[in-house]
Design a protein around this ligand. Structure first.
Ligand code: PSV
Ligand code: MN
Length: 432
């Protein structure tokens, strides 16, 4: 049984209004690409096959350390979050899976699985949470104030490891096959922790989690330069992350969250190095201007996103073997989270489609001939191509909307759920 949240007639009538303009744009782009020897249908097919997971925590309004301003009709629990995720997928047709965060999303796994099935959704990587205390969880009475997997106290480390094993067990029950581990462990002052010993403790704990991974599971470790720790962070960059994945073994991979690097760091080169090392596990897509801003993907620097995808396409078969997970990780403070996630999923597909348009034979020739101008132009030409109608075509072919944000607004979904879901009061900080 399916229980899709948007009435299909809303999508049909919104599409009908836009179809003439869309058809003209698609035909014109088809001709333009044909002149370059590219068959538009092959790009449409590749785009249709490309999917990305939405974060369960992204459909609620986020917040900063200073305040959280809730929006109308916020989901009250994981079941309502899944309803919102289903809206995003029904309109955009590119986000069939959801990444869960435990304990935020803990509930009866069988009920969760049924609900997801009725909405035609599945589950991507699970996320554990030892960066907060969980006073309501009898299994986690100890505080993570001074760390979790690297904590000086063995009892806290054990509790954090056990939590990760719990998350894996929960994930198994709902059909997930990966766990992402991000920890906030680190220090705020020089001398506060011993850099070497704390890393050794982290590794020992991570090995205990790794040892309990089911046969067909992968573990993704996620690096982040700083925050909440401001002097040193245990898993602070891709170098440490790679070291960890190599220490742990073949089921361990590195996760790249686009917002977790110093400003101006060459993220696409990091991606390339991780592919070389056969340790690229996946992505948390988002965008940022200053730090871990968690803004909508592609909203600040779409060219960088394109360059990341350029490396992925360039990797060819090596990437197919790695099969990295594509997930969004954003926090929405001033927009409707559903709209932000629809837009981000679209921007990710846009960068992918543009990267597919790069003339790789010509690029290699320009590179080998030391022609920086033409090599750079070769990339720019693909990046400048407006692939909007390709993205729309992919959605239409799968029953989605030509303009998913417009169709979402026409559906009145937010107004409807705002009546069913009582208003939440604002206040203190949310997730950052
Ligand atoms: C940490 O900033 C992070 O990127 C991790 O992926 C967390 O799981 C997520 O954000 C939510 O706090
Ligand atoms: Mn992340």
């Amino acid at each position: 049984m399916t229980d899709m949240p948007i009435d299909p007639s809303v999508i049909e009538s919104d599409n009908a209004e836009r179809s003439t303009g869309f058809e003209a744009d698609f035909a014109a782009l088809g001709e333009q690409l044909e002149r370059c020897g590219v068959a538009i249908d092959t790009i449409v097919k590749a785009v249709r096959d490309f999917t990305v997971a939405v974060p369960s925590w992204g459909v609620g309004t986020g917040g900063t350390r200073f305040a959280r301003f809730p929006g109308p009709g916020e989901p009250r629990g994981i079941m309502e979050k899944l309803d919102d995720c289903a809206v995003i997928h029904q309109l955009g047709r590119s986000t069939p899976s959801v990444s869960l965060h435990i304990p935020w999303d803990r509930t009866d796994p069988a009920a969760l699985k049924d609900k997801a099935q009725s909405l035609k959704l599945s589950f991507d990587a699970m996320n554990s949470n030892t960066f907060q205390d969980h006073p309501d969880d009898p299994k986690q009475p100890l505080s993570y104030k001074f760390g979790s997997l690297s904590h000086a106290d063995e009892a806290v480390r054990r509790q954090a490891v056990e939590h990760n094993l719990d998350v894996i067990e929960f994930g198994q029950a709902i059909g997930s096959t990966a766990i992402t581990v991000w920890i906030g462990d680190g220090s705020n002052f020089p001398g506060q922790v011993d850099l070497l010993r704390s890393f050794e403790r982290y590794l020992e704990s991570a090995k205990a989690i790794y040892g309990a991974l089911p046969e067909d599971w992968r573990i993704f470790t996620e690096h982040k330069m700083y925050e909440p720790a401001f002097y040193s962070t245990i898993v602070q960059d891709w170098g440490t992350n790679l070291l960890i994945a190599q220490e742990l073994g073949p089921k361990a991979y590195c996760l790249v969250d686009l917002g977790h690097h110093a400003p101006n760091v060459n993220i696409e080169q990091i991606v390339s190095r991780l592919i070389f090392a056969r340790k690229l596990g996946g992505f948390h897509f988002n965008d940022s201007k200053y730090g871990d801003d968690d803004l909508d993907t592609g909203s600040i620097d779409p060219f960088r996103l394109f360059l990341v995808f350029n490396e992925l396409i360039e990797a060819g078969e090596a990437l197919e073997r790695l099969d990295p997970a594509h997930m969004i990780d954003q926090s929405h403070n001033v927009t409707d989270p559903i709209e932000s996630l629809i837009r981000s999923a679209d921007e990710i597909r846009r960068a992918y489609a543009q990267a597919l348009l790069v003339d790789r034979v010509a690029l290699r020739e320009y590179q080998d001939a030391n022609d920086p101008m033409m090599a750079s132009e070769c990339l720019k030409q693909a990046f400048r191509t407006d692939v909007t109608s390709i993205l729309a075509k992919a959605r239409i072919m799968d029953g989605g909307a030509i303009d998913p944000i417009a169709a979402y607004r026409a559906s009145g979904y937010r107004k409807k759920v705002a009546i069913e879901r009582p208003e939440v009061k604002g206040g203190g900080g949310g997730i950052v």
